[in-house]
Design a protein around this ligand. Sequence first.
Ligand code: DGP
Length: 114
Amino acid sequence: MSGEDCIFCKIVSGEIPAEIVSTTDHTVAFRDLDPQAPTHVLVIPKRHEPDIGSLAAADPDATIALLAEARQIATKEGNGSYRLVFNTGADAHQTVFHCHAHVLAGRELGWPPG
Ligand code: DGP
C-alpha cells in the first residue's frame, strides 16, 4: 500500500481526524480507535514505511525519534511500566501497513501475549 491509500498517512495529513497526543518533526501520536488498555497510543512516523524494520533501514533518525516519543508518552501517562508492541506482518496481527508502535499502559499486562 502506498502513502496515498494509507489511513495513517491521512491521519498525518489531517485528512482523517484522530485524537492527537503529540507531534514531533518525525512522528505523530494518537489514541487507538479500539483501546486495549487505559493508555493505548499509536506512535507513527510521518514518513510512510510499512513496518519498524523498514523504517529502521530507511531512516534511523525517525526510528530513534519514534522510540523516544513512545517513552515520553508512556512516562507521562503510565506508572513506569508499559509495553511497546510492533505487530509486524499479517500473522502477527498487523492490520495497518504503516509502521506504528502501540504504547500500552495503565493496567497489568499479561504475558505471554496471544
Ligand atoms: P495493528 O493491528 O498492529 O496493525 O494495529 C492497528 C491499530 O490501528 C488497531 O489497534 C486499530 C487502530 N486503528 C485503525 N484505524 C484507525 C483509525 O482510523 N484511527 C485510530 N485512531 N486508530 C485506528
